[in-house]
Design a protein around this ligand. Structure first.
Ligand SMILES: [Fe+2]
Ligand SMILES: [Fe+2]
Length: 343
């Protein structure tokens, strides 16, 4: 999964000094030529590859965005992973294991894509584990019952797809290519969630009430996943100029709402927004106001599960230390053997 548009500053010095930007040093003649080449390629909708020259700010933005995305995939395994042992049937358990495993795979592709920009996996993980790096805030909410697992698939993965499909056309080659495979898997995630909910909605009144309750708790949080309104997202303009971001936060949010309303109707649930209605003139749905204070409070570490998620993640990393040590020792041994044979 998933994004909150990935333009949220990490808890870094850069964020603290926002507004106090250093004046960029003037480009040398050769840098100016490289910059012109870069701009031409971006304008022609071409791809930038790891060995190509790129402006430092483009590199930094991508490192932040791709690593936040990778962290989101990995932390995103936790709320659903909690339900693997409690899935209601063998079929549901097998599907959920496959989905959670996919998310782990997405994280690994994305860490690899970020590494091509000159950052190391260790650096990225250290930033996550220290709480400096952000990940999608949606994972700081609990999955309280089985219907939550279905709603996460339908709405959270559904929002992720909206965000991620345009990233398949991102100007940075390794990121764009990783996203093509990720998106194929995300559409399976969305459908399995929706199908699980369809089954529950054909069940007992209690099951139907569980689905409605889960939808009520997740709907607004999913709308916030698209990130702050365009007017409050100054980074988005630069991201669009660089061909990293293709569609604005508000436009993606609108697409998601327009696509989801008919799905909710088929399912037989009510989306918890009394202001949600079709606007004939705009040919889109209007919706109520999103609680951005809650969003920022969760982004800044005060959501219901922030501490638990990070604690679980750090423990899993520490518990896996012996595996990394063993793999490194094996690699060293093999290297020595090869050297001996070559001598
Ligand atoms: Fe997913
Ligand atoms: Fe994913």
């Amino acid at each position: 999964m998933y994004t909150q548009s990935f333009n949220v500053p990490d808890g870094s010095d850069e964020a603290k000094s926002a507004g106090l930007r250093a004046v960029a040093k003037p480009l040398t003649a050769s840098e100016a030529a490289l910059q012109a080449q870069f701009d031409t390629r971006i304008d022609a909708d071409g791809k930038i590859e790891p060995r190509d020259w790129m402006p430092e700010a483009y590199r930094k933005t991508l490192v932040r965005q791709i690593s936040q995305h990778a962290h989101s995939e990995i932390v995103g395994m936790l709320p659903e992973g909690n339900w693997i042992s409690r899935a209601p049937s063998l079929k549901r358990k097998a599907i959920l294991i496959a989905k959670v495993q996919d998310e782990g795979g997405h994280g690994l592709y994305l860490y690899s894509a970020a590494e091509t920009l000159g950052t190391s996996r260790d650096q990225m993980l250290a930033a996550l584990h220290s709480g400096k790096a952000k990940y999608s805030s949606i994972f700081n909410y609990p999955t309280l019952n089985w219907a939550d697992v279905g709603v996460v698939g339908w709405l959270v993965d559904g929002a992720a797809i909206m965000n991620q499909i345009p990233l398949c056309r991102c100007s940075y080659g390794p990121y764009a290519r990783a996203m093509i495979r990720v998106c194929k898997e995300e559409s399976f995630h969305q459908r399995q969630g929706y199908e699980a909910l369809l089954v529950m909605m054909k069940g007992t009144a209690e099951q139907q009430a569980m689905v409605q309750d889960a939808v009520n708790r997740w709907w607004w949080k999913c709308l916030a996943m698209f990130g702050p309104p365009d007017a409050d997202s100054p980074n988005s303009v630069q991201g669009m100029r660089w061909g990293i971001k293709r569609i604005s936060n508000d436009d993606l949010r609108q697409k998601f709402i327009d696509a989801t309303v008919p799905q909710a109707k088929v399912l037989g649930v009510t989306l918890p927004d009394p202001e949600l209605k079709w606007n004939e003139e705009r040919q889109h749905h209007d919706h109520g106001a999103i609680d951005w204070d809650e969003f920022w409070s969760t982004v800044n570490g005060h959501g219901p599960c922030n501490k638990e998620r990070l604690g679980t993640r750090v423990k899993a990393h520490n518990d896996g230390q012996w595996v990394r040590d063993a793999a490194l020792a094996h690699a060293r041994k093999q290297q020595q053997r090869n050297l001996k044979e070559a001598a």
